[in-house]
Design a protein around this ligand. Structure first.
Ligand code: NG1
Ligand code: MG
Length: 518
């Protein structure tokens, strides 16, 4: 699938967003002209996303179900004359928050990135690096590829640190802009997405691939079923017409989740715990084959263990072809085995783990904790594996419900079943994965009390955002209870604008595209 060259905003945004977006685009292009004294050549765009279900399992290579939101990242770009040294000038519509930067692009696009600095242009640089690598592979004539210079004006409406993946929107837009500026008129979506997944890790978080997939592949009006095996793919999933109409409401906790600071004890630690659980289980069951190397952040995953286990124990040679009911049975079996064999509720120390894996602590560190450092005394392998296998089950069930809803006319049952799965995710994130926080729990409880069918955190958690399945006629009631019991209670002087930012009713928008400026 190629990145479309969109001709009008109608191809991209839900109908109710068009008038606001049109004004925003006009402003961006006018500002570009004023700033650089010339017209932009094109605008690249990628949206943020909300994850409907499938939390913290993308890096274990299980399927997830996000959708793109209307909020997005735009980059108006003009190519600089090729006679000059390739230089990037990058400005932001929010000049005061994001100061303008200028830097030269070294040969091979290897712009240095200081992941410890909180620097907004790091995300551009990581996209640039990834795109340059891909372009180098494509131009195999032996010459080193050096990107052309670019003048850029960026504008983002995805709140940063708000759980809607502003980072992926930024990285995907950047990579796409660099590809387009360097003459790639037909960018392959899968290539773009794969490079964005890998290059975002340069910013310091050892992330999975859900956000970039949602940002790149999504189609207007549909959620996206993302699979990582046998290879990265996204299938659009439309929502059934129901009465009451099904809506997803997104609410910010306004607890800033700064993943760059917390990564060693939160996000990156979870990636390590899941990988260790995979290695541990494969030793416990004396699997003959080492875990397969795969596209997960540390190169082996719970899904890798899963496939190898059933291959060796039950002769399942290609598990990606296993029919859904049997795949669910496999997952249920893995839940049981985790309960029976990963028994230490209090977690596992380094020495416990080394004892089972038969490696030294130095080796353990080198293999699992050196590239992205983590801090922990106890690794909660049981809880993390239980969350992952059960969450993978919930995603499959959610998809089944959407594609073959129970008998017609019984929408209430469908909505309740979908909602129950989302609620179970929240409980699991809170109790097993330890990635919620009191504020997110509170938003979920309040929403349910006012009529939400299902409420949960979305994205990495530890703050950020929540998502709620609410029947259309209850949306106002849910908003009201949040306003009164959460936002105004916590911030009595909260402005009307801030409240508007806090709660968004989102329709699924579309993924990455390039617009030619005429
Ligand atoms: P956030 O922090 O919400 O963008 C992160 C990861 C995802 C996924 C979710 C949890 C990045 C870029 N993204 O999302 O890959 O693991 O957490 O499901 O770190
Ligand atoms: Mg992010």
């Amino acid at each position: 699938m190629e990145v479309p060259t969109a001709t009008s905003l109608n191809d991209i945004y839900p109908d109710d967003a068009i008038s606001v977006e049109t004004k925003r685009w006009e402003k961006l292009l006018a500002q570009f002209k004023e700033l650089y004294g010339k017209q932009a050549d094109f605008v690249a765009r990628s949206p943020g996303r909300v994850n409907i279900i499938g939390e913290h399992i993308d890096y274990s290579l299980y399927e997830v179900l996000p959708m793109a939101v209307t909020a997005d990242f735009l980059m108006a770009v003009a190519i600089r004359p090729t006679s000059e040294k390739p230089t990037v000038r990058i400005a932001n519509m929010l000049l005061e928050k994001f100061p303008t930067r200028e830097f030269e692009i070294p040969a091979e696009g290897e712009v240095p990135i200081d992941a410890s600095a909180h620097e907004w242009t790091n995300y551009f640089k990581s996209g640039l690096r990834g795109a340059s690598k891909l372009l180098q592979q494509k131009h195999k004539e032996g010459r080193h590829f050096v990107s052309v210079g670019m003048d850029i004006l960026a504008d983002g409406t995805v709140p940063s640190g708000g759980g809607l993946s502003s980072s992926a929107a930024f990285v995907c837009t950047s990579a796409l802009a660099v590809m387009k500026a360097n003459g790639e008129d037909k960018v392959d979506k899968k290539e773009l997405c794969e490079l964005a997944i890998v290059s975002e890790r340069a910013v310091g978080v050892n992330s999975g691939g859900m956000d970039q997939s949602a940002s790149v592949f999504s189609l207007r009006g549909s959620a996206l079923y993302v699979s990582f095996k046998p290879t990265l793919s996204g299938i659009p999933i439309s929502f059934p017409q129901t009465s009451p109409e099904l809506t997803f409401v997104i609410a910010q906790s306004f607890v800033a989740a700064d993943k760059h600071v917390t990564a060693p004890v939160c996000y990156n630690l979870r990636v390590v715990e899941c990988t260790l659980a995979a290695a541990f289980l494969s030793k416990v069951f004396s699997l003959k084959r080492p875990l397969p190397t795969d596209s997960s952040p540390l190169g082996t995953s719970l899904r890798g263990f899963h496939d190898t286990f059933f291959e060796e124990k039950e002769n399942v040679t290609d598990n990606t072809k296993t029919p859904v009911p049997e795949f669910l049975t496999q997952l249920e079996k893995l839940v049981q085995l985790t309960e029976d064999y990963l028994i230490q509720e209090e977690g596992y120390t380094r020495s416990d783990i080394c004892g089972v894996l038969g490696i030294s602590e130095d080796e353990l560190h080198e293999r699992f904790m050196s590239k992205f450092p983590v801090r922990a005394e106890h690794f909660m392998l049981r809880q993390r594996a239980l969350h992952v296998f059960n969450e993978a089950i919930r995603v499959i069930k959610f998809r089944q419900l959407l594609s073959s809803p129970p008998e017609e006319g019984n929408n209430d049952k469908l909505l309740h079943s979908l909602g129950d799965l989302m609620n179970e995710t929240q409980t699991s994130c809170r109790d097993l994965y330890d990635c919620s926080c009191p504020e997110l729990d509170e938003l979920c409880d309040l929403a349910r009390s006012a009529g939400s069918y299902g409420s949960r955190l979305t994205g990495a958690g530890w703050g950020g955002c929540s998502v709620h399945l609410v029947p259309k006629e209850k949306v106002e009631a849910v908003k009201k209870v949040w306003e009164e019991q959460y936002y105004k209670k916590k911030w009595p002087d909260i402005s009307v604008e801030r409240l508007q930012e806090a709660i968004v009713v989102s329709k699924p928008g579309s993924g990455s595209a390039v617009f030619k400026v005429l």
